[in-house]
Design a protein around this ligand. Structure first.
Ligand code: FAD
Length: 259
């Protein structure tokens, strides 16, 4: 079985994120880049499938030069090879362009399964897996809390508001996973050393047969017109209990329309 895992480098989850005044884009240099947390679960799931059934895991990432660190992290966890799509023309790409680039990188490479995280922690659109599935013409099984591959089919437990639904599709298929599907492993020292020797293919937009004009900020279907910093937290209301604390709290909740 040949599995691709799509991983995105995002600013550290805990770092304060800022938009740049000059172009209203996320200031990615202001924080360390890390692998999108949900994508760690995607890598782990692919590794577990391969460990059980044999095969190969290829990690795919679109991002600037430093996104190669995220590709290496997936390799140090145990993925076999990487594909890094890096091109100045890609800066400011929206989800439509991102999905076109990723789909072009996946097509024709003999993948049985492509695993995504279900959303990125920076843009949080949660649409790229569905868009890639549509572009490839493959079934999409999203929000998986459990994945099983048997013969030429994949079955997932798809998280719903009331529980989960069991969904099956023929391979090749696209799966996105939710947090808690597994416990992502930490790269071992041996894994980190081995990752240095694993192959990483670097591709540009033209290598994928796409036009530079079809990606990047100029081709984005949406634009940030305006933004403002979140207002600082207001001071809380202190209720001094002078024997009537309960009444005061109830009054406060009523004025806030909580009760
Ligand atoms: C006007 C506008 C300007 C923007 N400008 C920029 C910009 O300058 N720079 C920038 O980086 N982003 C920019 N973005 C955000 C960009 O659109 C999103 O990064 C992109 O659409 C992917 O969406 P997402 O991150 O919300 O992915 P989601 O759909 O939330 O991601 C789901 C999964 O898809 C996969 N995935 C997503 N992106 C990648 C990737 N790049 N490589 C591999 N796998 C991936 C991962 O597995 C991820 O868990 C901009 C968005 C808009 C609307």
């Amino acid at each position: 079985m040949k599995i691709a895992v799509c991983v995105k480098q995002v600013p550290d989850t805990w770092a304060e994120k800022k938009l740049r005044a000059a172009d209203s884009r996320l200031d990615r240099e202001a924080a360390d880049g890390v692998m999108n947390e949900l994508d760690e679960y995607a890598v782990e799931e692919a590794l577990q499938l391969i460990e059980a059934q044999g095969g190969e895991v290829v990690v795919v990432s679109m991002g600037p030069d430093r996104a190669s660190e995220t590709v290496r992290k997936a390799l140090s966890m145990g993925a076999d090879a990487g594909v890094h799509i890096v091109d100045d023309a890609l800066g400011g790409s929206d989800a439509i362009a991102t999905s076109a680039v990723i789909a072009a990188a996946l097509a024709g490479r003999g993948f049985d399964l492509v695993i995504f995280g279900s959303e990125s922690t920076d843009a949080r659109m949660s649409v790229v897996p569905a868009m890639v599935a549509e572009r490839l013409g493959w079934a999409q099984l999203t929000f998986a809390q459990k994945v099983e591959v048997s013969g030429s089919t994949v079955t997932i437990e798809r998280v719903t508001e009331s529980g989960f639904a069991t969904v099956t599709a023929a391979l090749p298929a696209v799966v996105s996973v939710v947090e808690k599907i597994n416990e992502p492993r930490y790269p071992s020292f041996k894994g980190i050393m081995a990752a240095k020797k694993k192959p990483v293919e670097t591709l540009s937009v033209s290598d994928l047969g796409l036009e530079s004009a079809a990606v990047g900020a100029g081709a984005a279907w949406s634009a940030v017109n305006d933004f403002a910093a979140r207002p600082p937290k207001a001071a809380g209301t202190v209720v001094t209990d002078e024997g009537d604390g309960g009444v005061k709290v109830a009054d406060f909740l009523a004025t806030q329309k909580f009760i």
